[in-house]
Design a protein around this ligand. Structure first.
Ligand code: NAP
Ligand code: MG
Length: 492
């Protein structure tokens, strides 16, 4: 498939991306590189350094040194605000370049990538407000003592991130870490290292001192593992699969580093008979097909109340069949490919599993081969799904919806909660009582009512159950990037 024109700065960056360690652009110590694939063509886009344990060591040492000499934490809070805001502004200024890079690297439509780049900048602008607002307190004790607390940075923070929202995920890790005075080592996903590397460069340009933000590209079992088990890393913030989340937890036990985990989901999207159907269809579609379904909060289980089930499904199928797949670099493309060959096989494998479990493919159900060698999968809707089927229980991470019929509110809540996950849920109803009842009944970190997929830097985000623990964004994220020290002063 022919692709749209690239910007000159994108061509230049793609030519030789390097890791950012100690303020320098560097290759891996081993000199090794690995291929980055363009998912829309299946072709090699570029190569990046294959960072390993030695490179992680170098990055952690740089981050430790920067933490120790307080070149970042010791700055006036107002100065840190200025720098964080500047990172957000630089992202905004380079939005076309970053959006093309993200689109090439991940396969997401460039129009959507632009919005994401803006959102990543917004995360930095939000955290720019925090350095002046993180402080301790004085604690009441008897007259002979004066007790106060200091809110201190945790130290060297590792960020390990997935490929589905590469720059946004990087911003979620780097923004709060910097706002609280920490230093960072970031390990992007092997599929999508480019915008994270570019962010490392932009941080330097914005005035973040050398060694404060380091970016190591590499594989999970090499660079990722080395970072997660490193004895001089104080915290790991991880986003990715529940399976790897478990490994991170094990790897962290050596020095008992702090860990926050944002893991998978199998989120319910519940449509009641009294919903505004037009909005419910549009929201449900976005909920499950945005980013080719590669969204941790994707509303992949569409629970529909029996009385409207057939009408809802008819409209859902019509809208799904009308979606425009194609070249992600074209502005009118609604859905691009999935991210990799591995993901393509995983998603089509699940479609076969669904068939063999007895669910019906009502639309889609195959690779979109007419689009060439790219990893395109037709948006797919299964009907006649039971919640105990694997396609309703396991995270597929592709454009595959499972429609499940439910009788009423109680059954909807029961089915919604019958999962190991608890990341998010959406509810469509015009009955305010029902909406709040369901919101309270669902065990998930986020519940959307008559909307789906919204995320804002000021709103905390995270999982119940095996979707992880710890909260990102909002004021709760500040707790996970600081530690409190109580100081007792004897006045006698
Ligand atoms: P993943 O393996 O969980 O990857 C997430 C990050 O962890 C990547 O940077 C990865 O590096 C790294 N990693 C892998 N193994 C590691 C280890 N042993 N120690 C430290 N870091 C490690 O996700 P994936 O393989 O890309 O996708 C697999 C499935 O995970 C998807 O199909 C989806 O179900 C789920 N997923 C969930 C989310 C989410 O936001 N909740 C995001 C992405 C994927 P590499 O890139 O080198 O593997
Ligand atoms: Mg992996």
């Amino acid at each position: 498939m022919a692709q749209a024109e690239l910007l000159p700065e994108v061509t230049k960056f793609v030519d030789a991306p390097k890791m950012v360690i100690g303020g320098k652009s560097v290759d891996a110590t081993s000199g090794e590189m690995f291929d980055v694939i363009n998912p829309a063509t299946g072709q090699v886009l570029t190569q990046v350094p294959r960072g390993g344990a030695l490179d992680v060591d170098a990055a952690v040492n740089a981050a430790r040194e920067a933490h120790q000499d307080r070149r970042w934490a010791g700055l006036r809070p107002g100065k840190r605000t200025e720098v964080l805001y500047k990172i957000g502004e630089l992202i905004k200024r380079n939005i076309s370049e970053l959006a093309q890079l993200e689109s090439l690297d991940s396969g997401k439509p460039v129009s959507i990538a632009s919005g994401e780049m803006w959102a990543a900048g917004d995360v930095f602008r939000y955290y720019a407000g925090w350095p002046t607002k993180v402080f301790g307190e004085t604690n009441p004790t008897d007259d002979n003592m004066f007790v106060y607390s200091l809110r201190e940075p945790v130290g060297v923070c590792g960020g390990i991130i997935p490929w589905n929202f590469p720059l946004i995920m990087a911003a979620w890790k780097v923004g709060p870490a910097l706002a609280c005075g920490n230093t960072v080592v970031l390990k992007p996903a092997e599929q999508t290292p480019l915008t994270a590397i570019r962010l490392g460069e932009l941080c330097l340009e914005a005035g973040v001192p050398e060694g404060v933000v380091n970016v190591v590209s590499g594989f999970g079992h090499e660079a990722g593992q080395a970072l997660a088990q490193h004895g001089d890393v104080d915290k790991i913030a991880f986003t990715g699969s529940t399976e790897v989340g478990r490994k991170i937890l094990h790897a962290s036990e050596g020095n008992l580093k702090r860990v926050t985990l944002e893991l998978g989901g199998k989120s319910p999207n519940i449509v009641f008979s009294d919903a505004n159907m037009k909005r419910a269809i549009k929201g449900s579609m976005n909920g499950v097909f945005l980013n080719s379904g590669q969204v941790c909060t994707a509303g992949t289980r569409i629970l529909v109340e029996r009385s409207v089930h057939d009408d809802f499904v008819t409209s859902l199928l019509d809208s799904t069949a009308a979606m425009k797949l194609g070249d992600p670099l074209k502005e009118d493309t609604q859905m691009g490919p999935v991210v990799s060959q591995e993901q393509l096989e995983r998603v089509t494998g699940y479609i076969e599993i669904g068939r063999s479990e007895g669910a019906e493919v009502a639309v889609g159900g195959a690779r979109a081969t007419e689009l060439g060698d790219g990893y395109f999968v037709q948006p797919t809707v299964f009907t006649g799904v039971r919640n105990d089927m694997r396609i309703a229980q396991e995270e597929i991470f592709g454009p595959v919806a499972a429609v499940i019929e439910v009788a009423d509110v109680d059954e909807a809540i029961a089915v919604a909660n019958d999962t190991i996950y608890g990341l998010a849920a959406a509810v469509w109803t015009s009955d305010v009582t029902k909406a709040h009842k369901v919101a309270r009944g669902i065990k998930a970190g986020t519940v959307w009512v008559n909307t789906a997929g919204n995320v804002e830097p000021s709103v905390s985000f995270g999982g119940y159950k095996q979707s992880g623990f710890g909260r990102e964004l909002g004021k709760h994220s500040i707790d996970t990037y600081t530690q409190t020290k109580s100081v007792w002063v004897n006045l006698r």
